[in-house]
Design a protein around this ligand. Structure first.
Ligand code: SF4
Length: 407
């Protein structure tokens, strides 16, 4: 069995570093134009060049999304952009629009193309179609079952990529106009307002302002709100099928999210390569510890039924709060960047790139001039006196009852 690639999201340079530290083989990110995720931290050309150097020095790959669907007047500048990318040499372009695909083959023929999940590839014939036009890889729609994925992998020489973790759309991938209709924000230009997560009521046409609750059942009215995908149980099976790449969704997610989810799937892929794949309960604890909307396997077993929806709430659940990121060693201890407030005397836990989580007690918190501080303030740097943590370690506070020590 060939190990599938682990592909993680990189919404910014520091998220890319986190993904690499926690075991990604490749990352995907957008440039400042023509990619989805208009609100994710897209990379300017200089930064993209730096990112690709960083990745290639570590024998990792970087794919650039150019996956917006364009209108006639939006093609202006695309050729120049592709020429620039041609010089920077990402390992692939992720494209949905056939017009963009044709332009990329002409103006950046040295860069392989991966067909984006936004292109809704749901069958073998379409995989072969794109492959015959020169696509190196197809990222399948998230709505395919195990049998459909296996059939495609068995019958094509095209590389197949599958989403294994992250947010799902209520509509077929890439075919939703809800956000566009309700807010003018275009989901196919990366600007989705997530209208499917909103709370809905019924209004009678002559009684403006009177909201009648719609109750499908006692849990509420979030009838479009899908749970998040998690195919952790099936990593061994997907690897056996010959899936080339397992993809994690979430360029808008935090460094903690990218680190934890990437680290867990790294362990899973390595375990799958050893044979007799089994999920370690610790991995499940970890993926539940980051912000998510409850997990579902969605279409993997066939139809995604009512159990794949989150009718009760549109909020996220999480097991812990991201307090700080370990940056580097200092003569007095470890320098951290705070993400939230915490006190030196509270018990917090540290999760390192080896995916071991331990509790620590910080004796003294110092500012960068060595002065003792009573607590952290977000976005400031501090030194944890006398404590040695690996770069990229995540300091976090577990919600009540979920602390590592109290389990
Ligand atoms: S509104 Fe919801 S279903 Fe539609 S594109 Fe946005 S996230 Fe997907």
């Amino acid at each position: 069995m060939k190990k599938p690639e682990l592909l993680a999201p990189a919404g910014s340079f520091d998220k890319m570093e986190a993904a690499v530290l926690y075991g990604a083989d490749a990352v995907y990110f957008a440039g400042s134009g023509f990619g989805l995720r208009a609100r994710a931290g897209n990379f300017e050309p200089d930064e993209m060049e730096k990112a690709l150097k960083y990745l290639h020095n570590r024998e990792k790959k970087g794919y650039v999304t150019v996956n917006a669907y364009l209108k006639n007047n939006e093609f202006e500048g695309l050729e120049d952009y592709l020429h620039k990318l041609s010089g920077i040499k990402p390992d692939a372009l992720i494209i949905s629009d056939p017009g963009v695909f044709a332009t990329a083959r002409k103006h950046a023929p040295n860069i392989p193309v991966h067909i984006s999940t936004q292109a809704n590839v749901t069958n073998l014939q379409t995989v072969e179609f794109w492959h015959s036009l020169g696509a190196e890889r197809v990222i399948l729609a998230r709505e395919l079952s195990r049998d459909e994925i296996a059939h495609i992998c068995k019958n094509t020489s095209c590389e197949v990529e599958v989403f294994v973790h992250g947010a799902m759309c209520i509509s077929m991938s890439g075919r939703c106009l809800m956000s566009n209709y309700m807010t003018g924000r275009d989901a196919n230009a990366g600007d989705c307002a997530q209208s499917c997560r909103w709370k809905y009521s019924l209004v009678e046409s002559t009684r403006e302002g009177q909201y009648f609750p719609i109750e499908q059942d006692e849990r509420g009215t979030y009838f479009y709100n899908s749970k998040d995908l998690c195919l952790l149980d099936h990593v061994g099976e997907l690897a056996d099928m010959g899936v080339k790449s397992l993809k994690i969704e979430g360029r808008m997610k935090s460094i903690m999210y990218v680190s934890v989810i990437t680290g867990v799937y790294r362990k899973a892929i390595d375990r799958a390569a050893e044979g007799n794949y089994e999920v370690d309960p610790e991995w499940v604890r970890l993926i539940k510890s980051v912000s998510h909307r409850e997990y579902t396997e969605a279409f993997y077993d066939g139809e995604a039924g009512a159990e794949s929806m989150n009718y009760g709430t549109n909020s996220y659940v999480r097991g812990c709060e991201f307090l700080a990121l370990a940056l580097y060693q200092h003569e007095l201890g470890t320098v951290i960047e705070a993400k939230a407030k915490f006190h030196p005397d509270e018990a917090v836990s540290v999760l390192g790139p080896d995916m071991r989580e331990v509790d620590i007690l910080v004796d003294k918190l110092l500012d960068m001039n060595g002065n003792e501080q009573p607590n952290t303030k977000p976005a400031m740097k501090y030194i944890l006196k006398g404590i040695k943590l690996d770069e990229g370690s995540i300091i976090r506070r577990h919600e009540k009852g979920d602390h590592k020590l109290s389990e």
